[in-house]
Design a binder for this molecule. Structure first.
Ligand SMILES: CC(=O)Nc1cc[nH]c(=O)n1
Length: 109
């Protein structure tokens, strides 16, 4: 998997570094750790960043906590509502930890 999409409403927080995880279902759990992935908006499929996949850990909906909320730049009730809206019938989820890739840094590697 070499690309991922995010809803436009998350774009600012991804780019300013206040959203450092994304919680997905099993259909999006198979990114290679360490890979660099192109990031597009879900709505317009507009490219806006590259991220490095740092870790992917399974989690159930009921295990979501304040740390996850803070990593999503939300309160826990907000996060639980967002996840329920996106995945209404899914309990098994995956936390994808990522780091924004700075284009200049990438060229130096
Ligand atoms: C497009 C899409 O599914 N976006 C999501 C889903 C879950 N979390 C997130 O940050 N973005």
């Amino acid at each position: 998997m070499t690309e991922i999409t995010f809803y436009q409403c998350f774009q600012t927080n991804i780019l300013n570094g206040t959203k450092t995880i994304t919680i997905r279902d099993a259909s999006e759990k198979d990114f290679a750790i360490g890979s660099i992935v192109d990031v597009f908006t879900y709505e317009q499929h507009q490219w806006f960043a590259k991220i490095k996949i740092l870790a992917i850990t399974p989690i159930s909906y009921h295990q979501l906590n304040d740390t996850h909320a803070s990593q999503e730049n939300m309160t826990l009730p907000e996060l639980k509502q967002v996840i329920r809206d996106i995945y209404p019938n899914t309990d098994q989820l995956y936390v994808i930890h990522y780091q924004l890739v700075n284009e200049e840094e990438r060229c130096r590697q």
